[in-house]
Design a protein around this ligand. Structure first.
Ligand code: SF4
Length: 368
C-alpha cells in the first residue's frame, strides 16, 4: 500500500545562500526518498517547517550536529502539532550520538546509524528534489582510527569500502562524503576511474572531499597524491589534529602533495582548536602554516554531547555558559585565534611577502 512520507530537514541555522552547499546537503534524506519511491510510496521533502501537500503517514526528520538539537526539536513539535496521527522518526548524526536525548523531543522513534541498516545506501539519491550541480559519493563508511573528538567511529562502527564508483558517476563534480577517503584499500582504482571517466558530452569530471585527508597515509604511500592529482581532485586538505611537534610530518605531507603537482595555493590544513592543545601551541601551528604559505581551516571544538552552541562571532565577549570554552582556553583566545587564522589566510591568498596581515599592517606574532 502506498504510504505518504514526509522527509524533513529542520530549519538549521545555515545561511540561505549556503543551503545547497555541498557541506550541508541532506544526502541521507535523498537516498531514503529514492528507496521509498521505488516501493511506490509518495514522498515529499521539506527543508524547513511548513504544511505538506498531503497528510503524511510517516515523517522522517534528519539531524546534524548535536548542538543544533533545538532545531530538530522544533521540527518535531511543529509537525506533531500539525499531523498528530503521523509517526515521527528522527535520524541522522545527533539522533545517532544522543538517542536518549533525541527521544525526548517527542518523536515516536529514533533511527540510530544508517536508515534501516543501510538499505537505502544502494539507491541513487533523488537529486531531482534539490537543484545542485554536483553529486555526493560515499566510497566508504566509518574510519579505522578512533580520534577522541570525533563521532564517526561511534555512528559508523563498521568500516566498509567500495571497490568501484564508476557506475555511480552522473555529474561533472563529485564530492566525497567519506570520513577517511584515502584509507580505502581501493582508492587508487577509484581515482583512476575518475581520471579516465568522460561524461556523455565528453567532458571530464573532477572531485573533492568534504573531510580532510589522512596525511599519515599520504606519507606511507605518496603515489596516492599522484592519483589524486590525475583524478582532478581539488583543494586537498590535510588534518593536523596532533601537537606542534609533529610539524616535520605535516611539512612532509605538504611536500608529497607538492611533488604530485599541487601548489600551496591549492592546499589547506584543517585545525581543531579550543581543544587539548593550548592557544600558544595552536599559534605555533598557525605560524608553521604561514611559513609554508598554506591556508588553514579552523574548526572550533564542541563536545560530542553538547546540545547547544551560543557562540556569537560578532560578540565582544561571552562566557562558558553561553558556549563551550575548553578548560585550557579563554573566550578571548578563541576569538583571537579565529581572527588570526582569517587574517593569515587573507595574507597568504594575497601573496603578501611574509604572510602576515593584521589591520592592514604586517606584524609579528608575539606569544602571549
Ligand atoms: S581520522 Fe578523521 S574520521 Fe577518523 S576518527 Fe579521526 S577525525 Fe574521525
Amino acid at each position: 500500500m502506498k504510504t505518504n512520507i514526509l522527509l524533513v530537514e529542520p530549519n538549521f541555522p545555515i545561511p540561505a545562500k549556503s543551503k545547497n552547499h555541498c557541506n550541508f546537503l541532506p544526502i541521507g534524506l535523498l537516498k531514503i526518498a529514492a528507496y521509498h519511491r521505488e516501493r511506490g510510496d509518495k514522498v515529499e521533502l521539506h527543508r524547513g517547517n511548513f504544511r505538506a501537500k498531503t497528510y503524511p503517514k510517516e515523517i522522517k526528520i534528519t539531524s546534524l550536529f548535536t548542538y543544533w538539537s533545538a532545531h530538530v526539536w522544533d521540527s518535531v513539535n511543529f509537525y506533531r502539532t500539525l499531523y498528530p496521527k503521523a509517526r515521527i522518526q528522527v535520524g541522522g548524526i545527533y539522533a545517532s550520538l544522543m538517542p536518549e536525548h533525541a527521544k525526548q523531543s517527542g518523536c515516536d522513534d529514533i533511527q540510530v546509524g544508517l536508515y534501516r541498516n543501510g538499505i537505502a545506501e544502494k539507491y541513487e539519491p533523488a537529486y531531482d528534489m534539490i537543484d545542485v550541480d554536483y553529486q555526493i559519493i560515499h566510497a566508504s563508511r566509518g574510519c579505522f582510527r578512533k580520534c577522541n573528538f570525533c563521532g564517526t567511529w561511534k555512528i559508523e562502527p563498521e568500516v566498509t569500502y567500495k571497490s568501484s564508483i564508476k557506475n555511480e558517476i552522473k555529474k561533472k563534480r563529485l564530492v566525497f562524503y567519506d570520513n577517511n577517503l584515502i584509507a580505502n584499500p581501493h582508492i587508487k582504482t577509484i581515482l583512476s576511474e575518475i581520471a579516465e571517466y568522460k561524461l556523455p558530452d565528453k567532458s571530464k569530471v573532477h572531485c573533492e572531499s568534504q573531510s580532510g585527508l589522512d596525511g599519515r597515509l599520504l606519507i606511507k604511500d605518496p603515489e596516492i597524491a599522484i592519483f589524486l592529482k590525475n583524478a582532478h581532485f581539488l583543494h586537498p586538505r590535510i588534518a593536523w589534529d596532533g601537537p606542534y611537534r609533529l610539524w616535520p610530518k605535516i611539512k612532509e605531507q605538504i611536500q608529497v602533495l607538492k611533488n604530485a603537482g599541487y601548489s600551496t595555493d591549492d592546499i589547506f590544513i584543517f585545525m581543531l582548536f579550543n581543544h587539548d592543545f593550548s592557544y600558544e601551541e595552536m599559534r605555533l601551528k598557525l605560524e608553521a602554516c604561514r611559513r609554508w604559505r598554506v591556508r588553514v581551516i579552523d574548526c572550533r571544538f564542541r563536545p560530542l554531547d553538547s546540545i547547544a552552541d551560543g557562540y556569537k562571532p560578532q560578540a565582544k565577549n561571552q562566557s562558558n555558559e553561553e558556549y563551550y570554552i575548553h578548560k585550557g582556553w579563554t573566550d578571548k583566545q578563541v576569538r583571537t585565534f579565529r581572527r588570526a587564522v582569517r587574517r593569515q589566510n587573507i595574507a597568504i591568498l594575497l601573496h603578501l611577502p611574509n604572510g602576515r596581515y593584521i589591520d592592514g599592517v604586517e606584524r609579528e606574532y608575539i606569544p602571549t
